[in-house]
Design a protein around this ligand. Structure first.
Ligand code: HPA
Length: 285
């Protein structure tokens, strides 16, 4: 598979993709959901679903990674109209961060006001265990430190300012809703800071200790570019990580992080994450 990626997209590129989607659904969702590795089954629960393959949508990036379906599913979940990205693309696949985040721009053009992002992540906080759910309270954009910020390039002033604030990247009200929903369902919900790295290699033990030192509780290879673009466009964001593995912080450990483990634990977490998201969506109504 060849990856054709681009650095910059214009307002009319975004409109073109939005027009295609509008022509293929009658739903007008105000909530968008991005499903991470292994979480595709969530999209099977959407009622009255219109399904649009990414490859049919102008300019959309298409993922080749196992566990990422590449389907836009628009319909109802917990009584709310939602637009669900069943699978996402990643920087490590060869796409630019501008291309990865194009779907968030398209959501904004379609009138989506709230973005719910999910991902699989490695637990860094020593209190975390594989199988935990973590509410993302803040992030560290290691990918951006290297220059890969999705807002690099001409500013799309239709969406937001040249220098947007990132002081409140994850909406407090939505975080409170999620905590209350988790309480009602008796689902333990951790809270923490998510660090985004480029991948695709997992971290060395020294890198994990470094990330712990700078305040990260979990690490992954996605989400942050989308959240930056969402904030630039004035969306409210809720983020939840599935802690699929405990990141290895010692060279003496016998443990290895594998994609297989990430997918298998991800599958075990799906029912709890689904229940939590549905409860949150119902509470948003
Ligand atoms: N590191 C980076 N990304 C991940 C991990 C990890 O340990 N687990 C799931 N995604």
């Amino acid at each position: 598979m060849t990856v054709q990626t681009r650095d910059f997209f214009s307002f009319s590129d975004i409109q073109q993709a939005a027009d295609y989607i509008r022509a293929h659904t009658s739903h007008q969702p105000e909530i968008g959901l991005i499903l991470g590795s292994g979480l595709s089954p969530l999209a099977e629960e959407i009622d009255h679903a219109d399904r649009i393959p990414y490859r049919n949508i102008p300019h959309f990036p298409v993922s080749g990674v196992e566990g990422h379906a590449g389907m836009l599913v628009i319909g109802h979940l917990a009584g709310q109209p939602v637009l669900v990205m069943q699978g996402r693309t990643h920087f490590y696949e060869g796409y630019t961060v501008q291309h990865i985040t194009l779907p968030v721009r398209v959501m904004q053009a379609l009138g989506v006001k709230t973005l719910v992002v999910t991902n699989a992540a490695g637990g860094i906080n020593p209190n975390f265990q594989a199988g935990d759910l973590m509410l993302i309270v803040d992030h560290i954009n290691m990918l951006g430190f290297g220059g890969a910020n999705p807002l690099r390039g001409p500013n799309l002033s239709e969406f937001g300012p040249r220098f947007p604030s990132m002081t409140h990247p994850y909406d407090r009200q939505l975080r409170d809703l999620a905590k209350q929903a988790a309480d009602r369902l008796n689902i333990p919900l951790r809270e923490g800071v998510y660090a985004c790295l480029a991948g695709p290699s997992f971290e060395t033990p020294a890198e994990i200790r470094f990330l712990r030192t700078i305040g990260a509780d979990a690490v992954g290879m996605s989400t942050v570019p989308e959240v930056i673009v969402a904030n630039h466009g004035g969306m409210r964001v809720l983020g939840v990580s599935s802690i699929t593995n405990v990141a290895v912080a010692s060279l003496d450990s016998e443990r290895e992080t594998t994609h297989q483990e990430v997918l298998e634990t991800g599958k075990l977490i799906v029912p709890r994450l689904m229940a939590l998201l549905k409860e949150v969506l119902a509470a948003m109504a």
